[in-house]
Each structure stands twice: as structure tokens, then as C-alpha cells.
Design a protein around this ligand. Structure first.
Ligand SMILES: [Zn+2]
Length: 451
């Protein structure tokens, strides 16, 4: 393939020409250039056309995706926008918007650092730490990743090439951008992409299935596992024993005989001290329901694609996990599992001894530590908005040591006291945290304070 030249004019199918400014990067499928088109800057992905199995079908699929537009308004996707005309040699590409600055690649987040090119030639590259601002932000990012895939799947499409190179994340806010959307196809269609080793579902590795929504779900579990545990779910002692990772070994460990590193009924592939330290350390600190979700994904879910966890369930679990983080007023921040259980629904901080009550609402259980937030998904029916704050645990200004929940929504809540009296809680007002107290958020959505 001939690469494009700086200043080269590329005709666009919708009319006009894009002018090549410079190269932005290259991968296995092609080169990405910065271009100007109709007075604006875009990224142009230009394909190594010989590496595409059926260019005409691939191009038609791209056109279909452009016509359909990105799911749910596209905020979370770097979606194809315009096709170029095809050159005489058959080569073509497509335009997409540029990724905004401030986003880090999932790969760098996974590694924990990236290399920054020196400003002056000859100086060494700088190693820059890449990490989330907080545990909460990491979970926000995880939920946003799952939400993007739910939107894609609800639109009847599958991504097919889920891997760590496909996401960019704002590590301060948890906003997620899904890139490389050119392999997205209507579920059931496939235009040659298999996926990336380590992320592909075993049936795709074995060549007995093509990527689809169900294989996307496998890859999604891998992405979440890597995000949380900083390791590979299938790489343990069994894999390490093979000194060279040949393609044949890949086929065995990721296709024919994949064994989850924490498979409860098969200990042949456990993580190895000194090699898989992240996973060994992090696996312990997550609550049981998260460990169970990954265990299901990489045991039964390996063999049975229909048993894989659907996006809606992941979102529910990840919201619960986010709610499960306790920011104790003494400064300790951790999942509730590292607090001492002093009653069925009561916890105590091992650091400062504070007692933390919990509240049950919908299927969630929420620790009511000082500063704990209620989100719209908890106080509104049929909502999975886990970002809009509708309430917060505060301390009474006049009576220190008395805690309450402040109504930060626009709705009037009703508090039912243990003596059955009912009091309205207008926006801006609060209810005390008392045993057995119930809050009706409206629509018969009732929360109960548990002890
Ligand atoms: Zn504490």
C-alpha cells in the first residue's frame, strides 16, 4: 500500500476533499492521519487494503454504520462519519472526530504509566504515571464502558474487537470513549475481524464461532477483570510453564483448555507469587458478589456463551460496588468488606471505630457513612443514573453526632418513623438516620434504614 503524503487531497464520498496534515499513529489495519475537511480537523483512518478480506463488504458495512449513526447520540463513541472515495488501487478510509485531549488509553491505565516523548531531541523519554483519581472514578469508568456496550448491543450491533486498545478514559471523571468502531457490524455479520488474543472468546480462538454479542460479552468481562485486578484472568501457573507463548499455546490456554486462575474446582492455573502480585493482592479486597460474577464469567461462561453476564446485570453490580465504597470520616477509603461487621447490616471502621449503618433500597444496600451519596438510580424508579446526586448523609449542625440524609432531589420525600408517624421531607430538608425508619422517594419506592 502507498502511504498518504502530507498535503495530499483525498476526495470524500459526501463531497469535497480532505487534506492530509500529518500522521497520528499506525496499527495493524492501517494508518491514522490528521486531516482538514470543510474547515475542521478530523482523524482519517486509511486502510492497508490488502489486509482486508472483502473490501467491498467492509466498505458497505462502514457506510451502513455511518448512515445509522452512533448509538445513543454517540457521546461515548468515536464513530465513523464520512467515507473517502476509493482509489484506483482499491484503497480507502474514513473520517472520524478527533479524540479530545485529557483521555488516557486503557493500555496505559492497565500498565500504570506511559512514556512521554522528550521535548528536546536526545533527552530520555519521561515515564508518566497513569492512574485513576480515585476508586470511585475507576468504577464510574467501568460502568460507562458497560453502558456503551449496552447501547451498541441494543442497537442490534456487536463490536467484535473488544480489547485494551479500544478505549480512552478520562482518569479524573471516568468518562469513556470507545474508539476503533470500524469493525462494528450488525449482530450476526462479520467482516473478517477475529479480535485480539487474550480478549477473544474461546470459541472464536478455536475458530468455531464468529464474533457477535455473546463473544463481546466475554471480552467485556476480560476488560473489566483487567481494569479491577490488573492481570489476565487465564494466565496463571499452567500458562507460565510454557516458556514461549506460541500461537499453538495460545490456542490451548485461551481456546481449547482455558482455566480461570481462581476456578474453585480446578487449581491447576493459580496466579504465581512474584509474577501475578497485582491479581493476588486485589482479588482479596473485592466483595464476594464481584468475585462470583467473574468466576461465573470465566468458568461456566467460558463453555456456555448464553450464561455470560448481560450488560444490565453488570451495571447493577457495578453500581452496588460503587455504593459499597466507604469513605470513613477518618480518611479510610475501602470496600465495605474491609470494615468490621458488627451486625447483619452494621459495620465498624477498624481504623477509628465509627459505626456505619446501611440502607436498603431497590436491590441495593448502601452504607450510610458521613458524606455517602444517594444517586438518582436509588431514588427514582427505572433509572440507572449513578452520577446525579439526589441525597447525602450529613451531620446535624446543632447536634454533633446526629446524622441524617439530606434531600438533594427536586421531589418531596415522605419519612415514616418507627412509631408510624409520617413527615414530609421537602428538597433541602433532612431525615434522621434511625433504626427502622423508612423513606418513600415517591412512586412507592421505599428505602429502609437497616441495623
Ligand atoms: Zn474510620
Amino acid at each position: 500500500m502507498r502511504e498518504l503524503k502530507i498535503g495530499e487531497r483525498i476526495p470524500i464520498e459526501a463531497g469535497g476533499e480532505a487534506v492530509v496534515s500529518r500522521e497520528l499513529g499506525r496499527g495493524g489495519q492501517g494508518i491514522v492521519y490528521l486531516v482538514r475537511y470543510n474547515g475542521r480537523e478530523y482523524a482519517l483512518k486509511w486502510y492497508f487494503i490488502s489486509r482486508i478480506k472483502n473490501p467491498e463488504a467492509f466498505r458497505n458495512n462502514l457506510r451502513k454504520n455511518i448512515e445509522d449513526g452512533a448509538p445513543e447520540g454517540g457521546k461515548q463513541f468515536i464513530w465513523p462519519l464520512f467515507l473517502t472515495e476509493t482509489k484506483k488501487n482499491g484503497a480507502f478510509g474514513y473520517l472520524m472526530r478527533l479524540a479530545p485531549s485529557g483521555y488516557e488509553s486503557f493500555t496505559d491505565i492497565y500498565n500504570g504509566y506511559r512514556w512521554e516523548k522528550p521535548r528536546v531531541k536526545g533527552q530520555p523519554a519521561r515515564k508518566i504515571k497513569v492512574k485513576f483519581a480515585s476508586l470511585d472514578v475507576m468504577l464510574t469508568a467501568a460502568i460507562n464502558i458497560v453502558k456503551a456496550f449496552r447501547a451498541l448491543h441494543l442497537a442490534g450491533k456487536s463490536y467484535q474487537d473488544l480489547n485494551d486498545g479500544g478505549f480512552f478514559i478520562d482518569t479524573k471523571t471516568g468518562d469513556v470513549l470507545v474508539c476503533d468502531c470500524d469493525n462494528v457490524a450488525a449482530d450476526g455479520d462479520n467482516f473478517g475481524i477475529g479480535g485480539m488474543p487474550g480478549f477473544m472468546a474461546p470459541e472464536v480462538v478455536r475458530g468455531i464461532a464468529k464474533p457477535d454479542v455473546l463473544t463481546d460479552r466475554y471480552s467485556l468481562a476480560v476488560v473489566l477483570f483487567k481494569l479491577f485486578f490488573r492481570g489476565d484472568p487465564l494466565e496463571g501457573s499452567k500458562v507460565l510453564q510454557c516458556v514461549v507463548m506460541t500461537e499453538e499455546n495460545d490456542l490451548i490456554h485461551y481456546g481449547k483448555d482455558p482455566v480461570f486462575i481462581y476456578d474453585p474446582s480446578n487449581a491447576s492455573n493459580r496466579p504465581v507469587n512474584g509474577v501475578h502480585d497485582n491479581v493476588i493482592k486485589l482479588w482479596k479486597i473485592y466483595p464476594d458478589f464481584i468475585r462470583e460474577a467473574f468466576t461465573l464469567s470465566f468458568t461456566y461462561g467460558i463453555q456456555e456463551p448464553n450464561a455470560r453476564i448481560i450488560e444490565k446485570s453488570w451495571i447493577q453490580m457495578l453500581i452496588q460496588l460503587k455504593l459499597d465504597i466507604i469513605h470513613c470520616s477518618c480518611g479510610k477509603t475501602a470496600f465495605s468488606s474491609s470494615f468490621e461487621k458488627t451486625g447483619e447490616h452494621t459495620l465498624r471502621c477498624r481504623n477509628c471505630g465509627s459505626t456505619i449503618y446501611t440502607m436498603g433500597v431497590k436491590d441495593y444496600e448502601l452504607p450510610l457513612n458521613l458524606g455517602a451519596k444517594l444517586y438518582k438510580c436509588l431514588t427514582t424508579k427505572n433509572s440507572d443514573d449513578f452520577e446525579s446526586v439526589t441525597g447525602m448523609v450529613i451531620e446535624n449542625r446543632l447536634k454533633k453526632g446526629l446524622f441524617g440524609i439530606k434531600n438533594m432531589s427536586d421531589d418531596v420525600w415522605k419519612a415514616k418513623f418507627p412509631d408510624n408517624s409520617i413527615r414530609e421531607v421537602a428538597p433541602g430538608k433532612g431525615v434522621p438516620i434511625w433504626t427502622g425508619l423508612e423513606i418513600d422517594f415517591g412512586d412507592n419506592l421505599i428505602a429502609k434504614i437497616l441495623l
